[in-house]
Design a protein around this ligand. Structure first.
Ligand code: FES
Length: 71
């Protein structure tokens, strides 16, 4: 994990309460190559409960993509 990444400097919190998935777990997976919602959903089950975390996960993916463009 890159320590310079602004994404990795955000405080950790529970993104998907249904599946108990933390921000740090998602970020680690995204940085390891799971850069689609489907990949994260398959791995952690995000979005398979109430779906209220979907926008947040998609936003993380978008922020990560933007960050990759600017690094
Ligand atoms: S909070 Fe992620 S599916 Fe409900």
């Amino acid at each position: 994990m890159s320590l310079k990444s602004p994404l990795s400097q955000r405080p950790d919190y529970l993104v998907c309460t249904c599946m108990g998935v933390m921000y740090s777990e998602l970020l680690e997976a995204i940085q390891a190559g799971d850069t689609t919602f489907k990949a994260l959903s398959n791995k952690f089950g995000v979005g398979t409960g109430c779906s209220s975390c979907v926008d947040e996960v998609v936003e993380m993916l978008n922020d990560y993509a933007k960050e990759q463009d600017t690094l």
